[in-house]
Design a protein around this ligand. Structure first.
Ligand code: ZN
Ligand code: ZN
Ligand code: ZN
Length: 369
């Protein structure tokens, strides 16, 4: 098994042992991909990594998917594959790998139907969710993961650099978003995961998707986009533009405040400070300028094999940042019914500060339209 997967398995087993958990069952999703490299489809037939706290892991797969599983990095590196036929009892095949287990954890995203089946059929086992057993590992990125995130960040930056091609006066948000989604793939992602084009008043709704609103000259447009690369790592970057003409004076005014807040947060965040304090230093800049009521969401979220994962950069999260944590810094100011702005970079903490993985200009760029 490649060095990274082997060490991930070992670290999970250590965490299980420390928590007094005898085994772990992980169904398709980002946890499975993290531990095995296997990008398995979430289908009705059971696919699962079954990992005893001591002993060898096995990849339990339906017989008809064995060829796929054998091509996974974990199998290529020697992880055992256990197959079940159409008429076999797949749960029994999986649980048999955890003989004598008293406490067993399942991945946080396992389907409720599977969890309830396990609980009902194996009522003597104490079933729990993996929770921190996996998130504590996944939020500390290895150098290979940082390289993958950097690669994703560069790809989404190339899309932002082309924004003048997509945002045109007279086009709808939906039309612009379709062209942007194509560019996300063309510039190096396997999938376009989301495209937010919030023009004019729609920019004041942070999770606006797209609509049939037609872009007008002088509109501010919040563009928040991301995709996943072939390795499975995600990009997520927001820039705010004006199309056709300079935006209203007050937009320019609060945009400078926003930029100062985001810069302050990026200068401040480093190992040793809490996630909550990163939120606070930006919120203070915005509040001091009188826009505190208009910064209505947390500062950011971790990112990796999922767009939103730990650590969350939010008031109340006393997690102390460490080297190798990847997350977004994305303050926003939103004036309901009028317009809004957000600046978002993905950053990775280094020993003495952080690296920004998005590097396009953070100025409010006026596009020709
Ligand atoms: Zn979001
Ligand atoms: Zn975003
Ligand atoms: Zn984000």
């Amino acid at each position: 098994m490649t060095a990274d997967l082997a060490s991930r398995i070992t670290r999970v087993q250590d965490a299980l042992a420390q928590a007094g958990v005898d085994g772990l069952i992980v169904t398709p999703g980002s946890d499975l991909r993290y531990l095995t490299g296997y990008d398995a489809k979430p289908l009705e037939r059971l696919t699962a990594l079954v990992l005893p706290c001591d002993g060898d892991p096995a990849l339990v797969v339906p017989a008809l998917e064995v060829a796929e599983a054998q091509r996974s990095p974990a199998a290529l590196a020697g992880m055992e594959i256990v197959t079940h036929q159409e008429t076999d009892d797949a749960y029994a095949v999986a649980v048999a790998r955890l003989s004598d287990a008293v406490r067993v954890a399942v991945d946080d995203h396992m389907w409720a139907q599977r969890v309830v089946t396990l609980q009902t059929r194996y009522a003597d086992v104490m079933w729990t969710v993996a929770g921190r057993l996996l998130t504590d590992l996944r939020m500390r990125k290895g150098p290979d993961e940082v390289a993958s995130l950097r690669h994703a960040g560069a790809a989404i930056d190339r899309v932002h650099r082309r924004m003048g091609e997509f945002l045109k006066v007279g086009r709808t948000e939906r039309e612009a978003a379709a062209a942007i989604a194509d560019a996300i793939v063309a510039e190096g992602h396997e999938t376009a995961d989301f495209v937010i084009v919030g023009s004019g008043p729609n920019g004041a709704s942070p999770h606006h998707g797209v609509s049939d609103r037609v872009l007008e000259s002088g509109d501010t447009v919040v563009v928040d986009i991301g995709g996943s690369t072939q390795e499975g790592y995600c990009s997520d970057c927001t820039r705010t533009y004006a199309v056709g003409a300079e935006p209203a004076g007050e937009v320019t005014e609060y945009y400078e405040v926003l930029r100062e807040a985001q810069r302050t947060q990026c200068d401040y965040a480093r190992p040793g400070v809490t996630a909550a304090s990163v939120d606070r230093v930006g919120r203070t800049v915005i509040s001091d300028a009188g826009f505190g009521d208009y910064f209505v969401h947390r500062t950011g979220h971790g990112i990796g094999l999922e767009t939103h994962e730990e650590p969350y950069i939010v008031e109340g999260n006393d997690l102390v940042l460490e080297t190798g944590m990847a997350f977004s810094i994305e303050p926003g100011i939103y004036l309901p019914g009028r317009h809004g702005a957000r600046i978002e970079d993905i950053v990775v903490t280094t020993d003495d500060g952080l690296d920004r993985l998005n590097t396009t200009t953070r100025a409010l760029t006026v596009l020709e339209g």
